[in-house]
Design a protein around this ligand. Structure first.
Ligand code: HEC
Ligand code: HEC
Ligand code: HEC
Ligand code: HEC
Ligand code: HEC
Length: 355
């Protein structure tokens, strides 16, 4: 059934593509197109069995607030490429679509002036990354986090608070750093803006094949001496305090993430009296084992705890944070750990903070 669906999609795509005037010239050399289609079919964008696309199975339509990123049709509607108003999904979008060819190749996709992030901040002249930034921006920003509740301080449990999930694959927000404010940025601290890396490997599609989505690792070794992205290291600092400045920057982010989770647990036990536990499944933060209501969604949030938990999830939601904006990720982790330990007095091994 799935193979059939794919074959059908493939047929429609290929014929639509071949008919498209702009590409008629290239269509004559059909071989490259077949390989592009194959690459795309191998990618997550075409994986119609993924929960990113099956989540609405059995429902009549994908809600407008989800359709922009979860189907090509919703994406075209959002940007007004279907002649509807731009900035909203105003037609019902039937479940079953994927990130199809015409998502990125729709007329107008190359002329998007600016992409607006959940913080309200915008990236102007995004060029060929406009499509990627639209969908890989997350659904929340640091500004959604409570600063302090009106009637309590940062450390009072507020039963009204719920976990705020940044959403998934937030690469675009990570890469732009403080320019779009995807993480919760503590007052009085400075944060890395966009990670520009080096000019030939600066945008999404410089590093990722736009169809297979894989990182073009063969080109990394030229400068980094290794083609394993996780082993790449240029930063001089010891950010996790283990004295090792040779391991890939990815390892420092991993270690700091684990330390932050520990700090979150310790704070919850000491300040809220209900210990929190992270779970890889929705709703992510639960009441820890051995307590009343264990396994139920965590509901004893203080503003301080919520901000730290948000930053933890924001960083781990981007499997490529270490390549998208390593210093922004490290700053968020450092500041969250430090903020929690000012209250608990617990001391954690962290190293220097990148400036
Ligand atoms: C219409 C929304 C949309 C657009 C546009 C989009 N993506 Fe995605 N992307 C997704 C979704 C949804 C997934 C998850 C797919 C899944 O779960 O199978 C995803 C997955 C990925 C992955 C994970 C790899 C994989 O195979 O699962 C990478 C890398 C990626 N996208 C990069 C990009 C890049 C680079 C661009 C721009 C050239 C881009 N995306 C444009 C929605 C989008
Ligand atoms: C700004 C774009 C965007 C919007 C809006 C959006 N999503 Fe997503 N969502 C994504 C991307 C990108 C992924 C892919 C994550 C990955 O690579 O697995 C994703 C993944 C998911 C997943 C799969 C999670 C998993 O664990 O694999 C679900 C379910 C989901 N979204 C539900 C929703 C719902 C429900 C809405 C509307 C209320 C929504 N999304 C709105 C971008 C978006
Ligand atoms: C996530 C966005 C995205 C999707 C989905 C996508 N493309 Fe592309 N495609 C691009 C980008 C970006 C480029 C430009 C690459 C460059 O300039 O190096 C491109 C380039 C091309 C080219 C020009 C040849 C080349 O290799 O540069 C063709 C032809 C093409 N795509 C066909 C397709 C077909 C057919 C599909 C569906 C099977 C598809 N694309 C799906 C983003 C996408
Ligand atoms: C400097 C190169 C580079 C740039 C630029 C870059 N990426 Fe990545 N990306 C990576 C690496 C490396 C990984 C991690 C791969 C791994 O560890 O498996 C990654 C991972 C990802 C993932 C997670 C894939 C997964 O398997 O879950 C997504 C989604 C993604 N990138 C999207 C983007 C988007 C969107 C952009 C532009 C905003 C972008 N990337 C820019 C190198 C880059
Ligand atoms: C032309 C040389 C060059 C190429 C090619 C290159 N890089 Fe880099 N990379 C650099 C430089 C220079 C830095 C330091 C940038 C900075 O800190 O602002 C860097 C930094 C990094 C970092 C952060 C390391 C740290 O310790 O902070 C990662 C991760 C990375 N590159 C990944 C990649 C990946 C993945 C590729 C291949 C897709 C790649 N690079 C290709 C030159 C290159």
């Amino acid at each position: 059934m799935q193979t059939k669906t794919k074959a059908l999609i493939l047929g429609v795509i290929v014929s639509a593509w071949l008919l498209s005037g702009a590409m008629a010239q290239q269509a004559q050399e059909s071989q490259p197109h077949i390989s592009i289609v194959q690459k795309w079919l191998s990618s997550g964008h075409a994986d119609s069995s993924s929960s990113s696309f099956t989540h609405w199975d059995g429902e009549e339509e994908i809600p407008g607030s989800c359709a922009t990123c979860h189907s090509g049709e919703g994406f075209r509607d959002f940007w007004g490429f279907d002649d509807s108003a731009a900035g909203t999904v105003d037609h019902p979008v039937v479940p079953g679509g994927v990130v199809d060819c015409d998502t990125c190749h729709a007329d107008g996709a190359g002329d998007i002036e600016a992409v607006i992030f959940p913080s309200g901040m915008r990236v102007s002249k995004p060029g060929s990354t406009a499509t990627c930034l639209t969908c890989h921006q997350g659904r929340q920003s640091g500004s959604a986090l409570p600063v302090a509740t009106a009637d309590g301080g940062d450390d009072s449990v507020n039963p009204e608070l719920r976990f705020i999930n940044p959403h998934y694959a937030v690469a675009g927000a990570m890469l732009q750093g403080s320019l779009v404010g995807g993480g919760y940025q503590y007052p009085g601290r400075s944060y890395m803006g966009r990670f520009t890396h080096v000019p030939p490997f600066s945008t999404c599609t410089d590093c990722h094949d736009p169809h297979a989505l894989e990182v073009e690792v063969a080109s990394c070794g030229r400068c980094h001496g290794t083609n394993d992205p996780r082993a790449i290291r240029t930063s001089a600092g010891d950010y996790d305090g283990d004295g090792d400045r040779e391991t890939g920057i990815q390892a420092e982010i991993d270690k700091l993430s684990a330390t932050l989770l520990e700090a979150i647990e310790v704070y919850s036990a000491e300040v809220t009296q209900t210990t929190i536990a992270y779970s890889t499944n929705y709703p992510y933060f639960m009441i820890a084992e051995g307590q009343e209501n264990a396994g139920r969604p965590y509901a004893s949030w203080t503003p301080r705890l919520l901000r730290a938990a948000y930053n933890y999830k924001f960083v781990i939601s981007d499997a490529g944070a270490y390549a998208h904006n390593p210093h922004y990720a490290i700053q968020l982790l450092h500041d969250s750990i430090t903020d929690l330990s000012t209250v608990t007095g617990a001391r954690y091994q962290i190293g220097e903070r990148p400036n």
